[in-house]
Design a protein. Structure first.
Length: 68
């Protein structure tokens, strides 16, 4: 039996900060090109958030798993 992973918790105070820094509209995905540019930011927090967002894009999303 596979273990169920806990969802990632992002503090309410930090939710939407990357989106605001990127200047993206709510409900629209932040373009990968914008995230790659933000990964080279001088601000270490912005770099960390952009790196996390790029990595999170690769994670398996629910409903996408193929059944055998």
């Amino acid at each position: 039996m596979a273990r169920r992973r806990k969802p990632i918790k992002i503090k309410k105070a930090n939710r939407g900060k990357l989106r605001k820094a990127a200047g993206a509209k709510k409900g629209k995905p932040i373009p990968a090109s914008k995230l790659r540019a933000m990964k080279k930011s001088k601000n270490p927090k912005t770099r960390k958030r952009a790196t996390f967002a790029l990595n999170a894009r690769k994670w398996r999303k629910t409903g996408r798993r193929k059944r055998r």
